[in-house]
Design a protein around this ligand. Sequence first.
Ligand code: ARG
Ligand code: ZN
Length: 487
Amino acid sequence: MTNLMSNFRRATAVMLVTAGVAGIGTPSQATSRSTETRFAAGAAGSGDPYFPNAGNGGYDVLHYGLDLRYTPPSDPSVLAGKLSAAATITLRAEEELEALNFDLRGLAVTAVRVDGKDTGWTQTQDDANRVWEVTISPKPKLKAGREATIQIEYGGNTGRPVDTTGALYGWVTTADGAIVVNEPDGAATWYPVNDDPEDKATYTFAVTVPEGKTAVANGLPDGRPQTKDGWTTWSWEASDPMASYLSTAGIGNFALSYDEGPGGLPIINAIDADVAGQALTQTSASLALQPQMVAFLEDRFGRYPFEAFGATVDDDSVDYALETQTRPVYSGAASEGTVVHELGHQWFGNAVSPADWQDIWLNEGWATYIEWLWAEHRGTATAARQFTDAVTLLDANNRWALNIADPGRDNLFAGQVYLRGAAALYALRAKVGDDAFLEGAREWLDRFDGSSATTEHFQAVMEEASGQELGAFFNDWLREGDRPAMP
Ligand code: ARG
Ligand code: ZN
């Protein structure tokens, strides 16, 4: 794949932001943050500094059962669909709750039951302040520690939601169906959710679509699709704990194909029938490498963390790829570099997720560094070469000015988060040595598997593995507004 580096560079060069943005090197950001719950019972937000209204307080979701009936656009030139759905949410109250909230955006609730009993609710839709809440008042109130099942019936028209930067995300209506990419706070565009990456849960999906359409989601199929009266229900089960921003569903004219990774890992790919020509050739070649990529990463970082893998490739979706758990989404085509990037996220980002959105470099730095390792393995470019190229890009226009350990809400996916993040990992490896670096990486994955952690946790694990004090190193490589000391 000789075009791997150039594609990568083109993609990242476009995303780079120049100096003068939020979060310029303030070492005080290095003070440790708690991942303990910071909310009051029933709070309408999880307290994330970037997305204070996303997520909710006072409970822990164990499972989402999503039953979705979807009508794709009848006129493909008008990208509006229709969703009619029921969510069955199993949760545990962490405090005594007389009210609890879910995030739900642009869809209307029509019924709520708590443990089977009809219950009152109110809904807030405040687009200007990005507050989208359903408030439920169970009677009697929920006792701390108690499990409850909340059923919410809801629905409405679907469109093309955008995030705070104007990028398409969430439930994106397409000409032949829909594609779903939630990161960071888009899950509420299709189900009532505690949209906080610290509250992971298992999921089941029953997606009912017009006969002839295919519906995919995270995880593994749960039985064969069932057709009745012109509608087909596709059932999927994701039994590994998952952050809501990683949940997905894809509806369209997809062809499913199957492969197997190391240890019999099921690989399921869904490719839009409209992906053709060069895009299909490139996509097929990249996806055919998935089993080898899994083996390559397992050798370095330990066992692949989930029950399945694969891809959803849609022709008309959004202009980026996303590491949706077990089944990343690709737009138009899947390049080799992007596939190994999204696979790398299954360990770094999905098994261990950022506790707060400001920890995003732990996702993107690692996934980009993994692209470098894979390209080196393939003989395309050494990691050293890719590090030097990244540094050259960052040197231009003082792009070191962005503090990637707190880049600001609208710089989550700035090129620096990817490139400086990967360069920081490369430099860390040079500083502590191969053994401590890989031991630290495995310990990180082991200790926080199935949960979320911060940059400070990562530093602590790397300090333990290396026996070195790394505060100054991480400030230099992540936070300070000038060129770090090169290895
Ligand atoms: N996490 C994705 C990836 O690097 C990128 C998401 C970009 N999102 C956006 N709104 N541009 O694979
Ligand atoms: Zn990424």
